[in-house]
Design a protein around this ligand. Structure first.
Ligand code: UT7
Length: 338
């Protein structure tokens, strides 16, 4: 019997420490006016010292399981997939620890590294495990602590990124037209432009450079202007390709949930697609760019606010380092986000 993968649980978690633009402006050369007009961000949440990505992932995972009415015990899910750019350690992956702390037993657990597109790559992988009949339920988490990799001397990146985690549960269902089914996905990459978003050090490439590693190389770097242009083009093209594949006219899309990278990017994307601005889900003003957590956090907040209504056609699209990008299409299911 054919299986389809449907979204049946959703949750998110932000660390309690809220950092406003005014607070940042009191510590380095920036202003609330610059940040708000150039990015749309008013505040972001940063994890306190000692809090790691797995801590946020466990909270969001717990909430998604609760939303799906699943217990925190072995057998609840068959796999845990964690998308992150900021794992607890370079080795091992963070997902096994998250699975263990959630009480999920000895399930398959692995990380996905696709930077800000990570959640969509994870969603695609989890969905494929279900449609292949290898899993019945998968917990998919996007979790980040970018505050641990930001260069305090780089005001451009320091004002943009926030910490947080979002999670969904996908479950096998027999019918393709049930709300929540991941109808199709589109993924892509362009490694020739890897330098646009990178942490230069800390990996195997560093050994090729003789001498002491430069501590500055451990920080996240981004060539903002080039990334901006690529983000609009790649997300636009990916979303259009997916709409064509699933046969949805653009006007039939009820909600566009795009990666919350910059309000100007979201507006340009909507314009490129020909989608009215009011159909674009926005929470970047409150959370900043939370990278792999961006889409599940936006979904959870929009669902909790009643913005996403059952039966509405929802288009997800993201772009990030790699370069990588991806889109997914689903009809919004009935569920209670936690
Ligand atoms: O999540 C992965 C995908 N990420 C993205 O898609 C991010 C894409 N890029 C962007 O969102 C934007 O390029 C940024 C928000 C990063 C930067 O905005 P921009 O409009 O491209 O600004 P810019 O880098 O060209 O800088 C304009 C000016 C510069 O000053 P001068 O050279 O014109 O005097 C910067 O030094 O703004 C200055 N600036 C700042 N001023 C106050 C840069 N950062 C700041 C700051 N506060 N935080």
């Amino acid at each position: 019997m054919a299986h389809f993968a449907a979204l049946v649980g959703l949750g998110s978690y932000l660390p309690p420490r809220r950092v406003t633009n005014e607070e940042l402006a009191s510590t380095f050369d920036t202003s609330d006016e610059w940040i708000t007009t150039r990015t749309g961000i008013r505040a972001r949440h940063w994890a306190s010292s000692g809090v790691a990505t797995s801590d946020l992932a466990v909270e969001a995972g717990h909430r998604a399981l609760k939303s799906a009415n699943l217990p925190m015990e072995p057998g609840a899910v068959d796999a845990v997939v964690l998308a992150t750019t900021t794992p607890d350690h370079p080795c091992p992956a963070t997902a096994p620890q998250v699975a263990a702390r959630l009480g999920l037993g000895t399930v398959a657990a692995y990380d996905i590294a696709a930077v800000c597109s990570g959640f969509l790559y994870a969603l695609a992988t989890a969905s494929a495990q279900i449609t292949a009949g290898q899993a019945e339920r998968v917990l998919v988490i996007g979790a980040e602590t970018y505050s641990t990799i930001l260069n305090p001397a780089d005001r451009t990146t320091s004002v943009i990124f926030g910490d947080g985690a979002g999670a969904v549960v996908l479950a096998a269902v027999p019918d393709a037209d049930r709300p929540g089914v991941i109808i199709n996905v589109d993924l892509g990459s362009d490694g020739s432009q890897q330098d646009l978003i990178t942490i230069p050090g800390g990996g195997s490439r560093e050994r090729a450079t003789p001498g002491e590693p430069d501590p500055q190389d451990r920080y996240f770097t981004m060539q903002g202007k080039k990334v901006f242009a690529e983000a609009v083009t790649r997300m636009g093209d990916s979303a259009s390709a997916l709409l064509g594949r699933v046969g949805w006219p653009v006007d039939s899309v009820g909600h566009l949930v795009g990666h919350q990278a910059n309000i100007r990017i979201l507006k340009a994307l909507a314009q490129r697609l020909g989608l009215p601005g009011e159909r674009v889900v926005v929470n970047i003003d409150r959370v900043g760019n939370t990278s792999a957590a961006s889409i599940p956090v936006a979904l959870a907040e929009a669902a909790a606010a009643g913005t996403l209504t059952t039966g509405s056609r929802v288009l997800l699209t993201a772009f990030g380092g790699g370069l990588t990008w991806g889109s997914a299409a689903l009809t919004w299911p009935e569920l209670n986000p936690a």
